[in-house]
Design a protein around this ligand. Structure first.
Ligand SMILES: [Zn+2]
Length: 372
């Protein structure tokens, strides 16, 4: 079984850090569709060279890497698995591995906390969705999460066998047939409610040939009806893998539209002097205090900065000691720190591709909660 990666896991990962801000955590992302044994060796060697001078850190790093390599040696790639994410620290007795149904880029980060940015991005791109394939007597209902089918069910109604019997009028036969189809659609609707509420599905795609996918809408409760993103015209027997990839395309398109709308909201709020937050200091403040509803991040943007080992104050630039408490500082990517705080305080995160306005605002922007 794949580890079930959920929003909750990322929140938990975001709450874990080394209180001394020492580089004691290893985060490893692997793209399993390419060979990458050399990648780990190369990164391990380079990180060892940097950590060698500190006996505590190098000791922990070596043991942590041994744990990771032991895991890699014992766990084969599963069918459909495309990626792997591991977060580990021997010293903190911490080890989590997530088998991913979606590809990730090779990355190994040694830091004071698990490096969660690629996971946060994956969660946004591969949002859980519900998928229904049906014709007028058969249906398959799926929940797709992190790029793979988590839950599924089949419904078949014996409609075709209800042949016209001797003496039965054509009109009566049609009525019976229609009744059977409606009964079937009602059953599909009930199964959708059951499965989708269990897995907190909020986006639904309906697929199949002909009219049944349109008729189904009449049998759905309103809250499900308004979650339907799109319907796709395909044969009932279309392979699962193809359906999932078609569904993902719809979800990605929807994500892009949501990002576009959120950018429009940000622009609007800036002009109105409303709920927008911009400027690094204001962003850090709002995200730490949990005042932000939505954080917009320029995809791939990083910013060199520092964090205080004692009071967790952080900012961009270079400092030799904390201006607040004179504590020791460590070098960090300020954007990753902001993302970690956002996860901890339950702020939604939106990664935005090549947007010159967001880049102009410093790569990050945000919208405040109404009641903050
Ligand atoms: Zn400090």
């Amino acid at each position: 079984m794949f580890a079930d990666l959920k929003e909750m896991d990322i929140k938990k990962l975001s709450e874990i850090y080394d209180f001394g801000s020492r580089e004691s955590f290893v985060s490893l992302y692997m793209n399993l569709e390419k060979t990458n044994e050399r990648f780990i060796e190369k990164r391990k060697k380079a990180c060892r060279s940097v950590l060698k001078g500190n006996s505590e850190l190098i000791g922990n790093f070596d043991k942590t890497m041994q744990n990771i390599e032991k895991y890699l040696g014992m766990n084969d790639r599963e069918h459909g698995q495309k990626g792997l994410a591991i977060f580990a620290s021997n010293e903190h007795e911490f080890f989590r591995a997530y088998k991913l149904g979606m590809p990730v880029e090779d990355l190994m980060v040694v830091d004071a906390s698990p490096y969660i940015r690629p996971l946060a991005k994956l969660m946004e791109d591969y949002e859980t969705f519900g998928l229904v394939v049906l014709d007028n007597h058969r249906a398959r209902v799926y929940v797709v999460s992190s790029g793979r089918i988590e839950d599924k069910d089949r419904i078949t109604e014996d409609i075709m066998k209800k042949h016209k019997k001797g003496g039965m009028s054509q009109a009566r036969f049609q009525r019976l047939r229609q009744g059977a189809i409606e009964h079937f659609l009602k059953e599909v609707s009930e199964e959708m409610v059951r499965l989708f509420s269990k897995d907190n599905v909020v986006k639904i795609i309906i697929a199949g040939p002909g009219n049944a996918k349109i008729m189904l809408k009449d049998f759905l409760p309103n809250e499900l009806k308004c979650e339907i993103l799109d319907s796709i015209d395909v044969d009932f027997d279309t392979a699962d893998g193809y359906l999932v990839s078609q569904g993902e395309e719809v979800i990605l398109k929807d994500e892009k539209e949501i990002a576009f709308k959120n950018m429009a909201r940000l622009k609007d709020e800036i002009l109105k002097h409303g709920l927008a937050v911009y400027g690094l200091e204001e962003i850090i403040d709002a995200v730490k205090n949990g005042h932000m509803e939505l954080l917009l991040v320029s995809n791939g943007y990083r910013l060199r900065g520092w964090i205080c080992e004692k009071c967790q104050l952080f900012d961009s630039g270079i400092k030799d000691k904390c201006p607040n408490c004179s504590g020791k500082v460590a070098e960090v990517d300020v954007i990753e720190e902001i993302i970690e705080f956002a996860e901890r305080t339950g702020t939604k995160i939106e990664f935005v591709d090549d947007n010159p306005i967001l880049q102009d605002l410093g790569g990050v922007g945000g919208l405040l909660r109404f009641n903050s």
